[in-house]
Design a protein around this ligand. Structure first.
Ligand code: NAD
Length: 494
């Protein structure tokens, strides 16, 4: 782990890191003991004042330096991410690039302003809204994009002047620990700390009195626990939770392009993306041809060794995750759904592989259409018109992202207005923009990352009211004078 600028071994139980492609252990990472969690938060707290007083351009230089360090070590860390997470190497290289870029973005954004000046009530006064960091931020992240989701939190948090304690997923701690080497070279002691372990370490971190804010990405289920625990300590919480993104295909599309886009949106990272397209609503006229094109595209995908250049889809992260996906699939089948392709382990006797599945005859009575699947399954439903597609797209507790394929402006405007999602992508699925906010509505959380909104989440506002004169105000005591003045003049003194 990484506490107060030093690499230290955890004093808790060892947790094996399993390579999903081979099911073999590639190392053991010891968990933080409760005392070590406290040491990490105390170190972050000790360095908080100096870090917030460090001029923003200087903090920015350090963020740029970390970005450069990440670019220099991109291949090694991407390799580690592939071994411990199972995501294809090509996707992990992209992840390293996006993450480095996020540090550059916030290095610059945070030096532009730290609040605003608002009009005052009187001459000789100055009213400021000053933005301040919260203090110690706990950053708790999942395994599917271990470095990117970390960057989306700690880049704005550090840029805003907070110090951080990171807890990676126990499935993917190695890449985060590798990043610690860069942090050790660049940041002053205590500014960035990393503790490893499972949910109990996360629980201890959220409850720790030195932690002022918890920035969490993970499932809705865990997010609720984090929110409850944080409420007990009146801590600021920032929640990025699960999704069940809808993908609407309208009747004016180029079917070949739409099917290729849809297949990518469904199976990227084996469907283990919070914004994976997990439900397809296809307008009546194009439904049969779309399904056919989708199946053909899916058949072409190469499932296998995530290190190989030709691999499109690697294994799922763990067997428990694969079984969860298989359960949803078999339950849907028992309710009348039909699997047109995949959804089995054919050709794989080791590794947590699952061939991508295309499923039809689905409806919202099935968990497959309402609960997050987080696996390579594409259920495709036929809808009568766009109104029905939007209604069904909105009929879940989640509200993370949504995709629409159409070139009709009237369709676009309607979807833009009516879809209950934090991001709506038209004809270019899952393309984030670091200058624009990412996050969910409804049970998907409500926090925003990226863009100026993503910086704002890590700053609190202080109103500063300055009067440059030292005069007695007419509305102070004695009230008798104040009341008399109002009675005589019919108005309060100016
Ligand atoms: P998870 O909720 O099981 O765990 C997330 C993190 O929380 C892990 O580090 C875990 O160890 C920790 N944790 C577990 N119990 C805790 C507790 N009681 N208190 C504090 N921390 C605790 O999620 P996961 O399986 O690692 O990740 C998959 C989930 O993450 C999916 O639901 C996915 O949609 C979601 N996700 C959301 C986004 C987003 O930006 N909205 C992005 C990626 C993933």
């Amino acid at each position: 782990m990484f506490i107060a600028g030093r690499q230290v071994d955890g004093e808790g139980a060892p947790v094996p890191v399993i390579e999903p492609a081979t099911e073999e252990s590639i190392g053991n990472v010891r968990s933080a003991s409760p005392e070590q969690v406290s040491e990490a938060t105390a170190a972050a707290k000790r360095s908080a004042r100096t870090w917030r007083d460090t001029p923003a351009p200087e903090r920015g230089e350090m963020l740029h330096a970390l970005s450069t360090w990440m670019t220099d070590h991109s291949d090694d860390i991407a390799f580690t991410m592939t071994r411990e997470g199972g995501k294809p190497l090509v996707e992990n290289r992209d992840e390293m690039g996006w993450s480095a870029s996020c540090f550059d973005f916030y290095a610059e954004l945070a030096r532009v302003e730290r609040g605003r000046v608002v009009p005052s009530g009187e001459q000789g006064q100055l009213n400021l809204v000053v933005k301040e960091p919260y203090g110690v931020v706990a950053a708790i992240v999942p395994w599917n994009y271990p470095i990117l989701l970390l960057a989306w939190k700690i880049a704005p948090a550090l840029a805003a002047g907070n110090t951080v304690v990171i807890k990676p997923s126990p499935y993917t701690p190695l890449s985060t620990l590798a990043l610690a080497e860069g942090c050790a070279e660049i940041f002053p002691e205590g500014v960035v700390n990393i503790v490893t372990g499972e949910g109990d370490v996360g629980t201890a971190l959220v409850a720790d009195p030195d932690v002022a804010m918890v920035a969490f990405t993970g499932s809705v289920e865990t997010g609720k626990k984090v929110a409850h625990a944080a409420a007990d300590g009146m801590k600021r919480v920032h929640l990025e939770l699960g999704g069940k993104d809808a993908f609407i295909v309208c009747d004016d599309v180029d079917l070949e392009v739409a099917a290729k886009g849809a297949v990518w949106a469904a199976y990227l990272n084996g469907g283990q993306v919070c914004t994976s397209a997990e439900r397809f609503y296809v307008l009546d006229d194009v439904y049969p041809d779309f399904v056919e094109a989708f199946v053909e595209e899916t058949k072409r995908l190469v499932v296998g060794d995530p290190m190989a250049d030709e691999t499109d889809i690697g294994p799922l992260v763990r067997d428990v995750q694969r079984r969860r996906v298989e359960d949803q699939l078999s339950e849907a089948k028992s309710q009348g759904a039909k699997v047109l392709y995949g959804g089995d382990r054919e050709g794989f006797d080791r590794g947590y592989f699952l061939r991508p599945a295309v499923v039809v005859d689905v409806d919202e009575s099935m968990r497959l259409m309402t609960q997050e699947t987080f696996g390579p399954v594409a259920p495709i439903a036929r809808v009568g018109d766009l109104g029905e597609a939007i209604l069904r797209a909105n009929a879940t507790e989640y509200g993370l992202g949504a995709n629409v394929y159409t070139l009709r402006l009237d369709y676009m405007l309607r979807c833009m207005d009516e879809l209950e999602a934090g991001t709506v992508w038209f004809n270019d699925p899952l393309t984030d923009n670091e200058a624009a906010p990412f996050g969910g509505m409804k049970a998907s959380g409500g926090a925003r990352e990226l863009g100026p909104e993503g910086l704002e989440e890590f700053r609190q506002s202080k109103h500063v009211h300055i009067d440059t004169k030292m005069d007695v105000k007419s509305w102070w005591y004695p009230y008798a004078d104040y009341v008399r003045y109002q009675a005589e003049h019919g108005t309060a003194p100016g």
